[in-house]
Design a protein around this ligand. Structure first.
Ligand code: UGA
Length: 437
């Protein structure tokens, strides 16, 4: 059993901290945000993530999971410090490392004996070296090993992904650190999860290379979808047949309004910036970024076309605000681009999402929000579906038609049957399938 501190209680820190306490270790989740720590101590989970609340409660009850806003003390008490603070996108596309650097300084000031400093946040290649330098400059005789241990969890499936990962990547220079990290992840060794041991720089690169590849895959299928529209092909069939080739796989071949979230948009920009900085540009990644931005705008154009060329004075129901289902996160969501265009063009927006409304209100306090899709679509001139929540998949289309002023639907997730829309007389569009007649 190890004494472990996670610094940062966002998605990665909280899920990681709770997950590692589930492995049997003593974990403290520390954060400088006192309010957040008070809420956690009171049993409140600040993010929506399936399975997280019960995992936290269980491990708190077993006395293995603690919360503290005293970061220095939490560092002093730990054998292993996981760094899980945010690395938001800076103005030049590169990741902003100020939180990481500040944690490195605090670690340098509180290094009271051998520790492993392990970064879980997605950080640009070379950051591990920088963290080591900061700690050494604060504490030249400090005894520590540095590890890069990138996290691959998805929001909405984070607990499952943490406890049952496809692989664990451990980037470090010393055998001693590899051994200690092996003890941290012992339950996964028993499950025969592949553990990839690399250098720090390689581990940092693996995370970006994986996220950028998935982003490329989505942008690729989105472009194929757009071309399908022009030539009268159906992207669903194209993707299904492509995906049956084991070299391609069916995953991440779902076209849509463009990827969002806190990772792909930020990480593709950061990797492209690293490529430019090192005179080794990643033209494919740069293309994926451009394709993704224009895909979001394309949805606005599609909707406008469906509505006769103008939003002015019209009412549009927006169903789904989160960047994907099972999360309340709206960062970089297609909904932001679309709602902002609608509002600027003089449309009235009636929005609904099962759980992301509160977060969306921070961006758009003045649009109208409803507690159900049925209320949001009332008297709407058109409806745009942006997140594939299950409740939209099973939507009663007769009811939808009755409630709307005119039955006009843009299904950006291709979850509604074209035949059923046609048989009910909807004016509709989707991404890469049959064009509206
Ligand atoms: C992503 C990666 O999938 C995780 O492995 C990684 O750990 C995480 O980033 C991170 O770096 O922290 P996440 O952003 O939570 O996870 O969500 P995804 O499920 O990957 O979806 C991202 C976006 O791509 C969503 O907007 C989703 O709708 C879109 N997407 C996904 C598609 O448009 N088509 C697809 O086929 C798949």
């Amino acid at each position: 059993m190890k004494k472990i501190t996670f610094v940062g209680t966002g998605y990665v820190g909280l899920v990681g901290g709770a997950g590692i306490s589930e492995f049997g270790h003593q974990v403290t989740c520390a954060d400088i945000d006192q309010n957040k720590i008070e809420r956690l101590k009171a049993g409140e989970i600040p993010i929506y993530e399936p399975g997280l609340e019960s995992l936290v409660k269980k491990n708190v009850a077993k006395g293995r999971l603690h919360f503290s806003h005293d970061v220095p003390k939490s560092i002093q008490n730990a054998d292993i410090i996981f760094v899980a603070v945010g690395t938001p996108q800076g103005s030049n596309g590169e990741a902003n490392l100020s939180a990481i650097e500040s944690v490195a300084k605090t670690i340098g000031e509180n290094l009271n004996g051998y520790k492993i400093i392990c970064t879980k946040s997605t950080v640009p290649i070379g950051t591990g070296k920088r963290i080591e330098e900061i700690i050494r400059s604060m504490n030249p005789n400090g005894d520590f090993d540095y590890v890069s241990n990138p996290e691959f969890l998805r929001e909405g499936a984070a607990v499952k992904d943490f406890l049952h990962p496809d692989r664990v990547v451990i980037g470090t220079r010393t055998q001693k650190a590899i051994k200690v990290m092996g003890e941290v992840y012992r339950p996964l060794y028993i499950n025969e999860t592949p553990i990839i041991s690399t250098t720090v720089e390689t581990a940092e690169m693996i995370k970006y290379a994986a996220n950028a590849f998935l982003s490329l895959k989505i942008s690729y299928i989105n472009e194929i979808a757009n071309l399908c529209e022009a030539v009268g092909a159906d992207v669903q069939d194209v993707a299904r047949a492509m995906g049956l080739d084991g070299r391609i796989s069916a995953k991440f071949l779902h076209p849509g309004p463009g990827y969002g979230g806190s990772c792909f948009p930020k990480d593709t920009h950061a990797l492209a910036a690293t490529g430019q900085k090192n005179r080794s540009p990643l033209l494919t990644v740069e293309a994926a970024i451009k394709t993704n931005a224009s895909q979001k705008v394309r949805m606005v154009d599609k909707l406008k076309r469906l509505m006769g060329g103008s939003f002015k004075g019209k009412t549009v129901a927006v169903l789904g605000l989160a960047f994907k289902p099972q999360t309340d996160d709206v960062r970089e969501a297609a909904s932001i681009v679309i709602v902002s265009n609608l509002a600027e063009s003089g449309a009235t927006v009636q929005a609904y999402d099962p759980i992301a409304i509160d977060n969306f209100k921070n961006h758009f306090p003045n649009i109208q929000y409803y507690d159900s899709w049925q209320d949001a679509v009332k008297n709407a001139d058109a409806c745009i579906l942006l997140t594939e929540w299950n409740e939209f998949r099973g939507m009663d289309l007769n009811k939808l038609k009755d409630l709307m002023k005119t039955p006009v639907l843009l299904d950006t997730k291709n979850i509604i049957s074209i035949q059923e829309l046609e048989s009910r007389g909807f004016t509709y569009d989707n991404v890469g399938r049959k064009s509206p007649s």
